[in-house]
Design a protein around this ligand. Sequence first.
Ligand SMILES: [Zn+2]
Length: 271
Amino acid sequence: MLKPLCVLLPVFISFQSIAKNSQYEGFSYPNKAKNAISISFDDARHSQVDTGLALLDKYQVKATFYVSPFNVKERVEKWQMAVKSGHEIANHTTSHLCTGNFEWLRKQGVSLEQITLKDIEQDILKAQDYIKHTLGIEPTSFAYPCGNTFVGRGANTKSYVPVIAKHFKTGRTWLDETANNPNFTDFTQLTSLAIDGLTFEQIKTMLEQHRTNNSWIILAGHEVGKSSQYTTDSDALEKLIVYLQNPDNGFWLDTVSNVAKYVKANRQEID
Ligand SMILES: [Zn+2]
């Protein structure tokens, strides 16, 4: 049986307004680029400064490094050089806190299922202090280890996104299926696409799939060297940089914080 029109009408009107407000609004980047793109690396793995830094600096590309202190400690001078070269250094927690499905975390009792919001805030601020004192900068960006954004489990699960919103301008997740819509994306849950183990051609195909609607694409890798599950292939990275720096390809390449700043200042927010 049909419902009376007076019941259906408000629902119809509200969907109409959602559809209107959700329409793509268009977005302009510097240098007439169609898309923004950021290259980021997680964990402060040694190969990032041993191998990756020289490659990035050769092309004067600025990347965003989400670092954890336990790795920085073993390459302090090289990380100080990364700061001097103008790369963005950002926070990735002190203890690389993520799900206890990783046994090494669960055994220490510090997996996200086992800790509280207060615990994770303290761990993040400890990393912030270390970076400030060792590298002389205060990170404004954060990457969620393993892309996990929660603490606790089941009915007691809590999101720690508000903790990131309190202390940082941006937060980045991992292994996402979308790029960021500049007019809509939540700066505390920016998406990223993994580049470890991919050839340049595979990365290019991925970019083509995600560059609709003037998206901002954030790439994320771990080691830099010979391609593997957690290693961004050096040759693929070099080809990618050359490709992104060619203005004909329509990308504006900059750090996560620099792009975020520009997007925030220029976007027409949609619901
Ligand atoms: Zn990580």
